[in-house]
Design a protein around this ligand. Structure first.
Ligand code: ZN
Length: 538
């Protein structure tokens, strides 16, 4: 089992930088300082996302007999979300910092503090002082005071140790004497505490070290005014699932389907996350790819396992290898109360192992609450057994943006090609051809050669109805290859003098095709190019 806390911030930094430089992903509203937790996909990111969504749709809807698609409204009625439990229940515990006023998700506090610069700097002092005691910390007051005056002042101005060192240290030394060795989290709490006798140890703000308020529930939904007078209320949907449940009966009646069958949807959802973080991983506006699979009660557990396997295969097909995925069988108590089984499919991101998709057996909870809330019957009538019952639901729910990020993280590679002690690093995005934003780059060897340019443009026109291709005549061919490697284009063709039949008449009408990963080249007839590519990029 891989360690959840193993991270590679340097790699993540490089990935984020490439994504901006090459036009995959930008921060929304960056021109005006940025809208926190929202992202815009640039030209290449939009192609990548489209490829992922198209492939998901093809595998989930088009190639199956038992799943139908739908596309629901984003604006959602209050009644729907009351029945589903989102109004009144859909919130995270949240604290506010007394010093810097930032909001912090309480359930993520320890991780955020552990990742903060000030806590790491403080931890470094402890290590220096007491080697050989990794379980606990025992630090002397002088070292802490010195840290507070120097690093602490810069990194954690809100920390009690920095603001009121003498008061904090007075009770800290007493506590330290009593707890030997001291638990590192308790130590961190004490450093944030001003009035120990009155408050006990308090929780520190991950941003400035200040004192956090007690956690309160925080509603994650975006509410909006609706109607001509704006007096009515609607919500931006927090998940795509609810429109599927609400249209279940209409789809059943209008399509003559029988259990088991699924309804699939791809679309935007919105949650006012308290701490959007890890790039596009946790954002306030995001896209989901969800299936609600309706079945007989006795089939629910089996179908949950089958869907897990189906979804794992999907990730493998798009280029996320099975060994980088982890399956968390969510234990009793951590699952939603109505769920009998939930698997989280997690991926090894550079910032830790995090969830890509949940496969949940939701029993008859969803249709049950909507039948009750709407007062309309949502039972299924089985013609053969003459039974009437509320179908159970298995829900594979994937995050589109999270999968995009996993694809990008998985594809990113730096290959050392240097010879004779000279370093030459090739940055290459090893996307599967089916996911790659550009399928083929087309180069005339010389941009001044009219015949080469004419043929290159012809190939471009011929392929454009079938796939996204890119024409480039700028600079040396080697440099053009590198630019395509960096955005993950799997193939490049060059139209050269041999294409014109100038060197060997047998090669007239052929082009050089170069493979991104192996960098090998072969010659192929222009007439064979389209079927050759279609066999590889779909
Ligand atoms: Zn703070």
């Amino acid at each position: 089992m891989a360690n959840k806390d193993v991270t590679d911030p340097v790699r993540m930094e490089k990935i984020v930088s490439l994504c901006k430089r090459r036009g995959f992903i930008f921060q929304a509203g960056e021109l005006y300082g940025g809208l926190n937790g929202c992202w815009d996909y640039g030209p290449l990111g939009a192609e990548l996302k489209r490829n992922l969504k198209d492939y998901w749709w093809r595998k989930t809807v088009q190639e199956r007999d038992d799943v139908l698609g739908m596309d629901g409204a984003i604006l959602t009625m209050e009644e729907v979300l009351k029945s589903s439990g989102h109004i009144g229940g859909f919130s995270d515990p949240m604290s506010t910092c007394h010093q810097c006023k930032k909001h912090v998700r309480f359930d993520q506090l320890r991780t955020m503090v552990a990742e903060s610069e000030w806590a790491q700097s403080l931890a470094a002092v402890m290590t220096v002082t007491h080697p050989g005691d990794p379980a606990g910390v025992t630090v002397d007051g002088e070292t802490l005071k010195r840290w507070g005056r120097k690093e602490g002042k810069k990194l954690a101005p809100g920390l009690a140790l920095v603001r009121t060192p003498d008061v904090t240290l007075s009770f800290f030394l007493e506590e330290a004497a009593r707890h030997q060795p001291m638990d590192p989290w308790y130590f961190t709490q004490l450093m944030a505490t001003e009035q120990f006798a009155q408050t006990g140890a308090v929780n520190p703000c991950p941003h400035c070290g200040g004192v956090l308020t007690e956690p309160k529930q925080f509603n994650l939904m975006f509410q909006t005014n609706f109607g001509a007078t704006g007096d009515d209320i609607a919500y931006l949907r927090p998940e795509t699932a609810q429109s599927i449940f609400c249209q279940y009966k209409n789809i059943l009646d209008s399509n003559r389907v029988k259990l088991p069958f699924g309804i699939a949807q791809i679309g935007k959802s919105f949650r006012n996350e308290v701490n959007p973080r890890n790039y596009i991983f946790r954002s306030r506006e995001f896209e989901q790819m969800e299936i609600e699979y309706f079945c007989r009660p006795e089939d629910g557990m089996r179908l949950t396992d089958e869907w897990l396997e189906t979804r794992l295969c999907f990730y493998e097909e798009i280029g996320i290898p099975r060994e980088k995925l982890h399956i968390l069988d969510v234990p009793d108590g951590d699952r939603a109360f109505y769920s009998k089984k939930t698997y989280d499919i997690e991926y090894e991101f550079p910032f830790g192992i995090q969830e890509l998709e949940g496969v949940a057996y939701r029993t008859d909870y969803d249709l049950g609450v909507h039948a009750k809330g709407s007062g309309r019957p949502l039972e299924y009538f089985d013609e053969e057994t003459k039974e009437r019952f509320i179908p159970h639901v298995v829900e594979p729910s994937a995050g589109c943006d999270r999968t995009i990020l996993a694809l990008i993280c998985e594809a990113f590679d730096e290959e050392e090609l240097g010879k004779d002690g000279k370093s030459d690093v090739r940055t290459v995005m090893r996307f599967m051809p089916s996911m790659a934003p550009i399928k083929l780059a087309i180069f005339p060897l010389l941009k001044k050669n009219e015949e080469q340019v004419r043929i290159a443009r012809e190939i471009q026109k011929q392929l454009q109805p079938w796939m996204n291709v890119f024409y480039d005549d700028g600079g040396a061919v080697g440099r053009r290859y590198r630019r395509q490697d960096e955005v993950g284009t799997p193939f490049c063709v060059t139209i050269d003098f041999e294409t014109l039949g100038e060197e060997d008449p047998a090669l007239k009408g052929t082009v050089t095709i170069r493979h991104r990963d192996s960098m090998e080249q072969e010659r192929i007839a222009i007439d064979d190019l389209l079927p050759w590519l279609l066999a590889r990029v779909r």
